[in-house]
Design a protein around this ligand. Structure first.
Ligand code: HEM
Length: 165
Protein backbone atom coordinates (compact mmCIF):
# COMPACT_ATOMS: atom_id res chain seq x y z
CA UNK A 1 0.00 0.00 0.00
CA UNK A 2 1.47 3.41 -0.98
CA UNK A 3 1.46 6.47 1.28
CA UNK A 4 -1.11 8.15 -0.99
CA UNK A 5 -3.67 5.32 -0.73
CA UNK A 6 -3.24 5.06 3.05
CA UNK A 7 -4.03 8.79 3.28
CA UNK A 8 -7.36 8.30 1.49
CA UNK A 9 -9.52 7.66 4.61
CA UNK A 10 -8.08 10.83 6.20
CA UNK A 11 -8.69 12.81 3.00
CA UNK A 12 -12.28 11.50 2.83
CA UNK A 13 -12.86 12.58 6.45
CA UNK A 14 -11.63 16.07 5.54
CA UNK A 15 -13.82 16.20 2.41
CA UNK A 16 -16.89 14.96 4.33
CA UNK A 17 -16.45 17.45 7.15
CA UNK A 18 -15.82 20.24 4.60
CA UNK A 19 -19.08 19.38 2.83
CA UNK A 20 -20.95 19.24 6.17
CA UNK A 21 -19.54 22.68 7.10
CA UNK A 22 -20.61 24.19 3.76
CA UNK A 23 -24.06 22.59 4.24
CA UNK A 24 -24.26 24.17 7.72
CA UNK A 25 -23.17 27.48 6.16
CA UNK A 26 -26.11 27.19 3.77
CA UNK A 27 -28.46 26.50 6.70
CA UNK A 28 -27.06 29.55 8.51
CA UNK A 29 -27.71 31.41 5.23
CA UNK A 30 -31.45 30.87 5.80
CA UNK A 31 -31.06 32.39 9.29
CA UNK A 32 -29.22 35.31 7.64
CA UNK A 33 -32.02 35.67 5.06
CA UNK A 34 -34.83 35.60 7.65
CA UNK A 35 -32.89 38.04 9.87
CA UNK A 36 -32.63 40.51 6.95
CA UNK A 37 -36.29 40.05 5.99
CA UNK A 38 -37.53 40.34 9.59
CA UNK A 39 -39.86 37.42 8.88
CA UNK A 40 -39.84 33.77 7.81
CA UNK A 41 -41.04 33.40 4.25
CA UNK A 42 -40.36 30.43 1.94
CA UNK A 43 -41.72 31.02 -1.57
CA UNK A 44 -43.65 29.21 -3.10
CA UNK A 45 -45.04 27.99 0.21
CA UNK A 46 -47.89 30.27 1.33
CA UNK A 47 -47.87 32.41 4.45
CA UNK A 48 -45.24 34.26 6.47
CA UNK A 49 -44.24 34.10 10.12
CA UNK A 50 -43.51 37.56 11.49
CA UNK A 51 -40.36 37.02 13.55
CA UNK A 52 -37.28 39.21 13.90
CA UNK A 53 -34.32 36.89 14.52
CA UNK A 54 -31.66 38.20 16.96
CA UNK A 55 -28.15 39.27 16.00
CA UNK A 56 -26.60 41.78 13.62
CA UNK A 57 -25.71 41.81 9.91
CA UNK A 58 -22.05 41.49 10.89
CA UNK A 59 -22.67 38.44 13.10
CA UNK A 60 -24.85 36.60 10.54
CA UNK A 61 -22.45 37.41 7.68
CA UNK A 62 -19.51 36.10 9.70
CA UNK A 63 -21.26 32.88 10.77
CA UNK A 64 -22.42 32.26 7.18
CA UNK A 65 -18.99 32.80 5.67
CA UNK A 66 -17.01 31.02 8.44
CA UNK A 67 -18.80 27.82 7.42
CA UNK A 68 -18.05 28.36 3.74
CA UNK A 69 -14.39 29.34 4.25
CA UNK A 70 -13.60 26.61 6.78
CA UNK A 71 -15.30 24.01 4.58
CA UNK A 72 -13.14 25.10 1.65
CA UNK A 73 -10.02 25.03 3.87
CA UNK A 74 -10.79 21.40 4.77
CA UNK A 75 -11.10 20.55 1.07
CA UNK A 76 -7.78 22.31 0.41
CA UNK A 77 -6.16 20.41 3.30
CA UNK A 78 -7.40 17.14 1.79
CA UNK A 79 -5.76 18.01 -1.52
CA UNK A 80 -2.48 19.16 0.07
CA UNK A 81 -2.12 16.26 2.50
CA UNK A 82 -0.15 13.97 0.13
CA UNK A 83 2.36 16.78 -0.49
CA UNK A 84 3.17 17.37 3.20
CA UNK A 85 6.28 15.69 4.64
CA UNK A 86 4.35 14.00 7.46
CA UNK A 87 3.93 10.41 8.63
CA UNK A 88 0.41 8.95 8.48
CA UNK A 89 -0.05 9.58 12.22
CA UNK A 90 1.02 13.23 11.88
CA UNK A 91 -1.22 13.65 8.80
CA UNK A 92 -4.17 12.33 10.80
CA UNK A 93 -3.39 14.77 13.63
CA UNK A 94 -3.19 17.70 11.19
CA UNK A 95 -6.50 16.66 9.62
CA UNK A 96 -8.28 16.20 12.96
CA UNK A 97 -6.88 19.53 14.18
CA UNK A 98 -8.17 21.38 11.11
CA UNK A 99 -11.58 19.65 11.36
CA UNK A 100 -11.84 20.77 15.00
CA UNK A 101 -10.87 24.33 14.01
CA UNK A 102 -13.50 24.44 11.25
CA UNK A 103 -16.35 23.44 13.57
CA UNK A 104 -15.13 25.55 16.53
CA UNK A 105 -14.87 28.75 14.44
CA UNK A 106 -18.18 28.23 12.62
CA UNK A 107 -20.22 27.38 15.74
CA UNK A 108 -18.54 30.08 17.87
CA UNK A 109 -19.46 32.65 15.19
CA UNK A 110 -23.06 31.43 15.21
CA UNK A 111 -23.27 32.06 18.98
CA UNK A 112 -22.77 35.80 18.29
CA UNK A 113 -25.70 35.79 15.84
CA UNK A 114 -28.04 33.96 18.22
CA UNK A 115 -27.23 35.48 21.63
CA UNK A 116 -26.75 39.10 22.75
CA UNK A 117 -23.26 40.37 23.64
CA UNK A 118 -21.63 37.08 22.63
CA UNK A 119 -18.93 38.06 20.13
CA UNK A 120 -16.35 36.17 22.21
CA UNK A 121 -13.59 38.78 21.99
CA UNK A 122 -12.63 38.41 25.68
CA UNK A 123 -13.50 36.16 28.63
CA UNK A 124 -16.41 37.26 30.84
CA UNK A 125 -19.93 38.66 30.43
CA UNK A 126 -22.78 36.29 29.55
CA UNK A 127 -21.91 32.57 29.56
CA UNK A 128 -22.56 32.49 25.82
CA UNK A 129 -19.80 35.09 25.35
CA UNK A 130 -17.37 33.04 27.49
CA UNK A 131 -18.28 29.89 25.56
CA UNK A 132 -17.66 31.62 22.20
CA UNK A 133 -14.38 33.03 23.55
CA UNK A 134 -13.17 29.60 24.69
CA UNK A 135 -14.13 28.02 21.37
CA UNK A 136 -12.23 30.71 19.43
CA UNK A 137 -9.33 30.40 21.93
CA UNK A 138 -8.91 26.65 21.41
CA UNK A 139 -9.38 27.01 17.64
CA UNK A 140 -6.77 29.77 17.39
CA UNK A 141 -4.24 27.72 19.40
CA UNK A 142 -4.75 24.67 17.16
CA UNK A 143 -4.65 26.54 13.84
CA UNK A 144 -1.53 28.52 14.81
CA UNK A 145 0.24 25.34 15.97
CA UNK A 146 -0.71 23.43 12.79
CA UNK A 147 0.36 26.30 10.51
CA UNK A 148 3.67 26.75 12.39
CA UNK A 149 4.41 23.02 12.09
CA UNK A 150 3.57 22.95 8.36
CA UNK A 151 5.71 26.06 7.74
CA UNK A 152 8.60 24.62 9.76
CA UNK A 153 8.48 21.19 8.13
CA UNK A 154 8.21 22.52 4.57
CA UNK A 155 10.49 25.58 4.74
CA UNK A 156 13.14 24.89 7.40
CA UNK A 157 13.38 21.16 8.19
CA UNK A 158 13.05 20.28 4.51
CA UNK A 159 12.33 16.61 3.89
CA UNK A 160 13.63 14.79 0.80
CA UNK A 161 11.26 15.08 -2.19
CA UNK A 162 10.34 11.38 -1.89
CA UNK A 163 9.57 11.60 1.88
CA UNK A 164 5.99 10.37 1.39
CA UNK A 165 6.71 7.60 -1.14
C1 HEM B 1 -23.47 27.04 0.59
C2 HEM B 1 -23.16 27.84 -0.40
C3 HEM B 1 -23.15 29.35 -0.20
C4 HEM B 1 -22.13 30.19 -0.41
C5 HEM B 1 -20.74 29.83 -0.94
C6 HEM B 1 -22.56 31.52 -0.05
C7 HEM B 1 -21.78 32.66 -0.10
C8 HEM B 1 -22.19 33.91 0.24
C9 HEM B 1 -21.40 35.12 0.15
C10 HEM B 1 -19.96 35.19 -0.34
C11 HEM B 1 -22.15 36.15 0.57
C12 HEM B 1 -21.75 37.62 0.64
C13 HEM B 1 -21.48 38.01 2.08
C14 HEM B 1 -21.69 39.49 2.29
O1 HEM B 1 -20.82 40.27 1.93
O2 HEM B 1 -22.72 39.85 2.84
C15 HEM B 1 -23.43 35.61 0.94
C16 HEM B 1 -24.46 36.36 1.42
C17 HEM B 1 -25.69 35.87 1.71
N1 HEM B 1 -26.10 34.55 1.63
FE1 HEM B 1 -24.98 33.00 1.04
N2 HEM B 1 -23.87 31.46 0.35
C18 HEM B 1 -24.27 30.16 0.27
C19 HEM B 1 -25.51 29.63 0.58
C20 HEM B 1 -26.58 30.39 1.00
C21 HEM B 1 -27.90 29.85 1.30
C22 HEM B 1 -28.36 28.39 1.12
C23 HEM B 1 -28.63 30.89 1.73
C24 HEM B 1 -30.07 30.82 2.16
C25 HEM B 1 -31.01 31.38 1.47
C26 HEM B 1 -27.81 32.08 1.72
C27 HEM B 1 -28.19 33.36 2.10
C28 HEM B 1 -27.41 34.48 2.04
C29 HEM B 1 -27.86 35.82 2.41
C30 HEM B 1 -29.24 36.19 2.92
C31 HEM B 1 -26.79 36.69 2.19
C32 HEM B 1 -26.77 38.19 2.45
C33 HEM B 1 -27.11 38.93 1.18
C34 HEM B 1 -27.02 40.44 1.40
O3 HEM B 1 -26.31 40.89 2.32
O4 HEM B 1 -27.65 41.16 0.62
N3 HEM B 1 -26.56 31.72 1.26
N4 HEM B 1 -23.44 34.25 0.74
Amino acid sequence: MTATTSLKPIQRRLIGNGAALIFVAGTIGFGFLFFLLGEIRLWPFPGTISLQLPGSVKAWRMAHLEGVINGLILWLTALLLPLLPFSQVASRRVANGMIAVGWLFTLASLIDALFPNSRGLAMGGPWTNSLAFLMFYVGVLIVMAVMAIIAWKTLVAKAPDNAND
